[in-house]
Write a protein that binds this ligand. Structure first.
Ligand SMILES: *Cc1c(COP(=O)(O)O)cnc(C)c1O
Length: 373
């Protein structure tokens, strides 16, 4: 065995997305102690940068040590208790995972189903909230990476609030790629991931909880079943809760936090509006180029995600063989379909640092060659 030297692959799938060299350089800096005061100062900056990226003043805003799924699990584990009813919107693979979280926690999930590829229907959500008075929360995925559909987070959060339910928002693929306005939308709990539009490697899950979510945590009848994800314990490390300084909970992934910090600095230098506009430009270029190749994007343009493009595989084309040739012949990774879309679509991610015109042109040229068009 010897050192692993990965090939240089252009990552245009559903994540991870390309990591800029500047972020990779940050990851390679010396590891210091996770309670070193200089590291604690970096943690405070990461929190402030995440508050900026999520457009929130929530004091509880921090990255969970783990992938996006850990962010999901942290939110559900801290907010859902046995016997709670949670309205879960399921219009893709990640909505179904939310349902599984609720059920595993002893909650009861009331499902609002929409077809894969459709956004969550606010009318159905309103009906579900009316049919389930006292529901603890409404949970939905803002940007469904499995289908490329964006749901109207602002409207859904307003409905939740109107009916006294907490809003739980999966923004794993949203943050940095499309508008996420945590406070203005009245989001109660939101989580994301480092490896999609934030351009850091996988392994950290930004999370933010508003006042109502904090109150729900404080009113819990029983302790959080997960020790690792219990935010009341995690917070003793991420903030000086008791006034006696930070205390050890788990060893933070120190270098990963260097990476996320650097990626957030880059995003801030560019500006969120500029980054969002760049995602839209790349998406339009891809859409037009695919059209020239006779390929079609799925989903209505009103709710298509610019950062995740779902392309219908043409009749008679071997879906997996095309991806294989792109990866091995052109060093480009695109994604396959998930769930009911498996075998029927490709998913082309234009996320974060990867969302740029030259990458769009590269994947279009490669597709043209592979498909012989
Ligand atoms: C990628 C993704 C997740 C899961 O994130 P992991 O880092 O793979 O655990 C959850 N929700 C959505 C919408 C995602 O795109």
């Amino acid at each position: 065995m010897q050192s692993f030297n990965p090939p240089d692959v252009l990552l245009l799938g559903p994540g991870p997305s390309p990591v800029p060299q500047r972020v990779l350089d940050a990851l390679a800096r010396p590891t210091i102690g996770h309670l070193d005061p200089r590291f604690v100062a970096l943690m405070d900056q990461v929190k402030a940068l995440l508050q900026w990226a999520l457009a929130t003043n929530n004091a509880i805003t921090l990255p969970i040590s783990g992938p996006g799924s850990a962010g999901m699990e942290a939110v559900f584990t801290n907010l859902v208790e046995p016997g709670d009813t949670v309205i879960v919107c399921r219009n893709g693979v990640f909505g179904e995972r939310m349902r599984q979280n609720v059920v595993r926690l002893g909650g009861s999930a009331s499902i609002v189903d929409d077809d894969y590829g459709q956004p969550v229907d606010p009318d159905k959500v309103e009906a579900a909230l009316k049919a389930n008075p006292g529901a603890k929360a409404l949970a939905f995925v803002h940007a469904e990476t499995s289908t490329g559909a964006r749901s109207d987070a602002q409207t859904l959060c307003a409905l939740a609030r109107e009916h006294g339910a907490l809003s739980i928002v999966d923004a794993v693929t949203s943050v940095g790629g499309i508008r996420v306005d945590t406070d203005a939308w009245g989001v109660d709990a939101i989580y994301s991931g480092s490896q999609k539009c934030l351009s850091a490697p996988p392994g950290l899950a930004p999370l933010s909880l508003g006042q109502r979510a904090v109150a729900a945590m404080q009113a819990r009848r029983q302790p959080v079943s997960s020790w690792f994800l219990d935010l009341s314990l995690v917070l003793d490390y991420w903030q000086d809760s008791a006034g006696g300084g930070r205390s050890y909970h788990h060893t933070a992934p120190v270098n990963m936090l260097y990476g996320l910090h650097e990626a957030l600095l880059m995003l801030r230098a560019e500006g969120l509006e500029a980054a969002i506009a760049r995602h839209l430009d790349s998406h339009r270029r891809l859409r037009d180029g695919l059209e020239t190749l006779g390929l079609e994007l799925r989903g209505d343009e009103r709710w298509r995600l610019p950062q995740l493009n779902v392309v219908t595989v043409p009749e008679g084309v071997d879906e997996a063989a095309v991806r294989h040739q792109l990866l091995h012949g052109h060093h480009i990774e695109i994604g396959a379909g998930l769930g009911p879309l498996a075998g029927k679509v490709w998913r082309i991610g234009l996320m974060g640092h990867g969302s740029r015109i030259e990458n769009v042109d590269r994947v279009l040229a490669a597709l043209k060659q592979v498909l012989g068009r």
